[in-house]
Structure formats: C-alpha cells, structure tokens
Design a protein around this ligand. Sequence first.
Ligand code: NAD
Ligand code: UDX
Length: 429
Amino acid sequence: MRRIGVIGAGYVGLTTAACFAHLGHRVVCADVDRRRVARLCRAEVDLHEPGLARLVAEGLREGRLRFVVGNREALSDVDFVFVCVPTPTGEDGSADLSAVRAVLREARELMAPDAVLVIKSTVPAGTTDRAAAEMEGHQVVSNPEFLREGHAVQDFLQPQRVVVGASVESAALRVLDLYSGTGAPVMVTTPTSAELVKYASNCFLAMKLSYVNALAELCEQIGADIGDVTEGMSLDDRIGASFLTPGPGWGGSCFPKDTKALLSTAESVDVDFSLLRATIDTNEHQPQRVVEKVRELLGPVEGRRIGLLGLAFKAGTNDLRDSPALAVAELLAEQGARLAGYDPCVDHGPVPVVSSVEEAATGASALLVLTEWPEFAELDWPDLASRMARPVIVDTRNLLPRDKVTEAGFTLLSLGTPASTTRPTTAGL
Ligand code: NAD
Ligand code: UDX
C-alpha cells in the first residue's frame, strides 16, 4: 500500500485515483472545482465510463479514496503525486502548461523530499526535465496516460503498456511498482522519449484516420467502395483493422489538441512536419464535406429541420469536447437549418436536444448519423420514413444497413461509396 496524491479529478485524474484505490493504495484526489469535489464525495460520477462509479463508491466506502478541494493534502504526506490537470491548446497552438506550472509551484513548497512527482498530463517533450530542474531535488517522472474514453477503467487496469520516463532508475522502479497489480507490459525510457511516445501515438492514429477520410473522398470520385478498400488493406497484418472507419472527422479532448501541440513542438525546432499539418487540415475539412453531402440531397438547408443522430465525439461517451458532430451542427445552423439533436448519453448541449430518434426525425428533411452508437443501426426504418418531411439520411459513420434503409424508401448517402449506388434520383424530393 502506498500513499498517492492525485491532482485533478477529471477524466484522467478520477480514473487514476479510483483505480489506484482499487489496487489497494491510499489515495487523496484533489481538484479546484468545489462542485465536482462535492459530487464525488457523494460518489456521484458524471462521466459515462463503465465501472468508474462503482470503483469510486468502493474506494469511498472502504476508506482508501478521498476527494478534497485544493491541493495541499494531496501534495504533502504522500509517497507519490500524480499530476492530471488539463493541457489545452494555447493561443499559438502549443500546449498551455499553466495548470501544470501552478501545480509544480505548490508541489515545490509542499512535497516531502523523498516523494516522487509523476506527470501524467500530456505535456510536450522536455517538460518533465524542466520540472525536475525546478523541483529542487525531488524526483520527477513522466508517466503518460493512454486510456480511451468509454474504456477508461479497463484501459487503466489492463493497459497495453505502462511507459515511464525517468532520469533516475530507482524513481522509475518505484512508479512501476504501483502498477504491479495490473500485470501490464512496461517500458522505461528517458522523460523526453516517454513524453513523445504519447504524442507520437495519438498523432499516428489521427494520421491513419485522416488518410482514410481522404481515401473515402477519393473513392467517391473514382467509383470505389471504402469499406471494401479498408477491408482489403486490413488483411495485411502490418496495417491492421483498427482506426480505418471513415467519419465526420476525429475529435475529442485529445487528438485535436495533441496534433496541434506536436506540430508546434516541431516548428519550435525548425522541423518541417508537413505530414502532421496535412493530417490536421484534412480533418478540419471533414465537417464541411458532410454539409456538402446534405446540400447535395436537399439543396439550401435554410429553414429545413434536420435531425442529428449522435452529438458525442464518438460512441460510448457523453463527451462533447471537440465533437465533429457539433462542428457539423454549427455549419448547418450558420446556413439557417433548424436542428434537433438526439444522443443516448447527452441531455443538453449547444444544439436543441430531443429525447428520442423519433422526435429528431419528425418533420425533418434529413437525418444525419454523426456518432456511431450501435443502436442507430437497428431503427424502425419504415416508421422513421413516415415521420419525416423527406426520407433522406446521410450516414457519416457508415453504420446503417443499406438494404433495409433503402427498402424503407430512404435516400441514403454514406462516406466513400460510389456515387452511382449512393445517389439514387433526388427528383421529387
Ligand atoms: P479534465 O478537464 O477532464 O480534468 C482536469 C481536472 O483538473 C478538472 O477537474 C479541473 O478542475 C482540474 N484542475 C485544473 N487545474 C487544476 C489545479 N491547478 N489544481 C487542481 N486541479 C486542477 O482533463 P482530462 O481529460 O482528465 O485531461 C488531463 C490531462 O490528461 C491532459 O493533459 C490530457 O491531455 C491528458 N489525457 C487525457 C485523456 C482523456 O481521454 N481525457 C487521455 C489521456 C491523457
Ligand atoms: C484517444 C486515444 O485513442 C487514447 O489512447 C488517448 O489516451 C486519448 O485519445 P479518445 O479521445 O477516447 O482516445 O478517442 P478514440 O477512441 O481514439 O477516438 C478518437 C476519434 O477518432 C473519435 O472522434 C472517433 O470517432 C474517431 N474514429 C476512431 C474514427 O473516426 N474512426 C475510427 O475507425 C476510429
């Protein structure tokens, strides 16, 4: 059993705190947000994250997990401090480290001399070494987090890897020991390499997706089918089958900011990373491409009601941060469309939210599938068609059963499928 302080009770901090408590450690989790802390003290978890609420309740009940306002307690009287505060995009595109710096200033005053400071926030290469230089003798270690939203607990307790970057081996071993209950493959390297592993991984996945999204656009023009193309690609073990589904663009709290931050790092040392710039540009073009598809079927959208199926940035989460669905909604709203959004896990947002797919469809001139919730593939298509002003669907996740949907009378457009099969006559619409 070790004493662990976790700074930040958001996605990463809360998962880290609850999971370490579950592994038997004694954890104090601190946040500056009083309301968040008050809710967590009552075991109320507002993240849609399987198993997390149960672990929080377990930790509180068994006395191994506490939530506090302010960082003092989580920085003093502990063996390890995990920094899990946000590192959003700054004005110039680089990572804004102000929250990390604020924690370091407090930590320097309050941490016991033999305690280890672990930076779990995603920070640019060099940050941990600079922090170590400022921390006057404390060990500072990089331990990036690779969890996916919607799988946070599983990814923390059964990770594909634990990466630790440390300049002193004993500090790395002490941090790795905390994870011994997980049986995860581990890797020890320098802080700078560990920091880069995190950015390199996220940016690689983003690059794979932008490649597929551009390929989907090409497929539409030359009469190929992206589903068949990616299936054929995935038979090569070196390529693999994951992250090959086209969509309205990649979003969420990590890919958009991490791609910008790595590009900024490259620029700061005069490395021309045009591949990364193209990855970002391709992504920023996707919401516009979706809107063009809607206009292809409807013409001007002004005054038309459009139902949005899915608002979260991906299925399995209620997170709206940098959601491509909202980027599409914003463009449609700018063009005068009247929007009704439905998402099984979102009850309010920046667009009017309704409480069922049927409500979103009623009176609509088009439905757009924007998040890949599996339930959207199993709807009562004839019923939905009968409720709509025009039975038109744009499926940006290539999720819907084409035959059933078109048999019900819908005109269906998806991404990366040949124009001849996806563009039935629009006359009379
Ligand atoms: P979040 O916004 O969900 O939570 C951050 C929390 O930190 C908030 O509750 C906020 O109130 C608190 N906070 C801010 N400043 C503070 C301070 N000075 N002292 C104490 N608490 C403070 O953020 P997140 O998604 O958990 O991300 C945290 C870090 O982890 C980021 O660097 C992010 O890139 C990285 N990360 C996130 C994910 C993810 O899927 N969300 C995955 C891997 C890594
Ligand atoms: C990501 C990384 O996967 C995770 O390792 C890291 O710790 C945090 O960032 P997350 O933000 O939860 O996790 O989302 P992820 O599942 O990676 O999806 C990112 C985006 O890509 C979503 O918008 C998703 O819809 C999109 N996506 C993913 C596709 O469009 N097609 C795919 O085939 C896969």
